[in-house]
Design a binder for this molecule. Structure first.
Ligand code: NAD
Ligand code: MLT
Length: 524
């Protein structure tokens, strides 16, 4: 039974889902990095929100870990690159808290427009400062959205309901999508010049870090109001403070901060700042959504192999997972065969698909082929990290999907180029069983047993008898004997499934038989 650790406060619904789906679950929150490192080795999955930091040190200790599930959107607390190289899938729940967070942004905008928190505090204090709190109307004002993805577009919809004009700067927003959601797509400078309110909804990346700095704040309309419910660090807090002091910015409503938890901050104490402690996703509905979603996704991955919302792996639906199973097996065995035939530094891998298989999502198949290929050559490779490992080692990997009519219903071919040679293997499925149909230019048909003896030789009489005799003398049973040769009948291959292992001495005897060119014992 797979075992998952929930290390941040998640809705209890997550525990129930894990249990229902046959996953053992422990709940231990508030762990320090060292405490997490001590226990993470026991778990197949780690479910988190934003408090747990999944660092390279944690991942290095996580020998069994297969998946990190983030109940929420931002994965800036997970070292995704390190997770990928450790072969750990990182999943998030991209939609579960979008509405709630968009509502928080709208709430912050309204509160900012009417100074609600300060007015409330003053009234509680018995001051009745009716003249002090003069707000601004938002109807007819321009809202500038920086980032118009899931949350940004919901904010746009709600703002339009409030009769605002919405403009957005988002380099990845298509013109069609902008038109469909009635948002005017503009460049950043134009947004800064026109917006009365600016709301940030981008992820934290190298291109968005410090996006609202001194220079860009100076380009804003005087008296602009700013809302950030995305990530601290998109705004340079010291520059915002200066812009508020100079009157360039009328106020800001911030849910997120450069440093969190934010116990001290240069902006704290300023009247023009509304602050909430990263509450964007904090509604019962959103927390239940993301907890259920993350538990379902993780459990499905650990028990069935379905991949949903992974940041470092292509998605595999439940339907795909069962349809892909035999193809994954074929891809992995062909890859493993090629890996065991690779005797020098691997430089190039071509994975070709023909026939029925091209109707499927071939990305996971290529990952499985690469995993099979690299596993005999290096340690610690799996389907998640195989493409990255190949890239890191400058192995040129390409995937080709042919739409020509295939001789076989499905054909998959892997060709590897390594220092000193090239090797190619083709296979198909007979029913659900993987079957080899060609090795280089030699056509043959062979099933792939767990232990196979590969012999390549000049096509001259006598080899079959000699090999049979040597195996018989060593009391090694032959389960299957498959032969093939090239068109010119100069070169032949024997693929022999054996029931027992063949030791080095016997391999040497076979190698020394007349006309034999190469002998390998392959394990699958
Ligand atoms: P999303 O991926 O759906 O949308 C992000 C948008 O930003 C995309 O459309 C993308 O094209 C755009 N973008 C990327 N780089 C950009 C750039 N340089 N300039 C302008 N736009 C750029 O993400 P989402 O679900 O809408 O989430 C948005 C942000 O909100 C994320 O940072 C997420 O972590 C954060 N978030 C915060 C809370 C909270 O509690 N405060 C809750 C949920 C999400
Ligand atoms: C998120 O990225 O989903 C938010 O930060 C919400 C959270 O989990 O606190």
């Amino acid at each position: 039974m797979p075992k998952v650790l929930i290390s941040d406060k998640l809705s209890p619904a997550a525990v129930e889902i894990f249990k229902q789906k046959g996953v053992e679950v422990d709940l231990k929150t508030g762990l320090s990095e060292d405490e997490l490192i001590k226990i993470i080795g026991e778990y197949d999955g780690l479910a988190i929100r934003s408090a747990t930091k999944v660092t390279p040190a944690v991942l290095a200790a996580a020998h069994k870990l297969k998946v990190v599930g983030r109940a929420g959107i931002g994965v800036d607390n997970v070292d995704v690159k390190a997770a990928t190289s450790h072969g750990v899938v990182v999943m998030n729940t991209p939609f579960g808290n979008s509405v709630t967070t968009a509502e928080h942004a709208i709430t912050m905008m309204m509160a900012l427009a009417r100074d609600i928190p300060a007015a409330s505090a003053s009234t509680h204090a018995g001051k009745w400062e009716k003249n002090k709190f003069m707000g601004v109307e938002i109807a007819g004002k321009t809202l500038g959205l920086i980032g118009c993805g899931n949350i940004g577009s919901i904010v746009a919809d709600r703002a339009q309901g409030l009769k605002m004009k919405v403009v957005s700067y988002d380099p990845f927003l298509s013109a069609e999508r902008a038109a469909a959601i009635n948002v005017e797509k503009v460049e950043l400078d134009e947004l800064l010049k026109r917006a009365d309110f600016i709301s940030l909804h981008t992820p934290m990346t190298d291109s968005t870090r410090n996006l609202l700095d001194k220079k860009n704040l100076a380009k804003c309309k005087k008296g602009v109001r700013i809302i950030n419910c995305a990530r601290g660090g998109l705004i340079v807090e010291a520059d915002l403070k200066a812009a508020i002091e100079s009157g360039q910015v009328a106020g800001a409503a911030l849910d997120v901060f450069e440093e969190e938890p934010a116990k001290t901050n240069p902006l704290f104490g300023m009247e023009q700042i509304i602050a909430t402690p990263h509450l964007g996703a904090s509604t019962n509905e959103a927390q239940e959504n993301v907890a259920i979603q993350v538990a379902e996704q993780m459990a499905e991955y650990l028990t069935v192999g379905t991949i949903t919302n992974a940041l470092n792996m292509p998605s595999v639906s439940a339907e795909d997972a069962s349809r892909l199973k035999p193809y994954l097996d074929l891809a992995s065995r062909l890859g493993s065969f090629a890996g065991q035939m690779t005797t020098g530094g691997l430089t190039k891998v071509t994975i070709e698909y023909e026939g029925k298989v091209t109707d499927l999502n071939t990305k996971p198949l290529s990952a499985a082929a690469l995993n099979g290929l690299l596993a005999p050559l290096m340690e610690g490779v799996n389907m998640v990290n195989a493409p990255v490992v190949a890239k890191d080692r400058n192995i040129d990997v390409s995937e080709v999907r042919h739409d020509r009519t295939a001789h076989y219903k499905t054909l998959m071919r892997i060709t590897v180029v390594f220092d000193g040679g090239t090797f190619s293997i083709s296979g198909t499925l007979f029913g659900d069983r993987p079957r080899i149909v060609a090795l280089g230019d030699v056509m043959l048909e062979a099933s792939l047993g767990n232990r196979m003896l590969f012999i390549s030789n000049e096509d001259k009489p006598g080899l079959i008898g000699s090999v049979g005799q040597l195996l018989g003398e060593a009391k090694i049973n032959i389960a299957n004997f498959n032969l093939g040769r090239n068109k010119e009948a100069t070169h032949a291959v024997a693929l022999i499934e054996v029931d027992d292992s063949v030791d080095a001495k016997l391999l040497e005897k076979i190698t020394n038989l007349p006309n034999v060119k190469d002998v390998r014992l392959l394990q699958f």
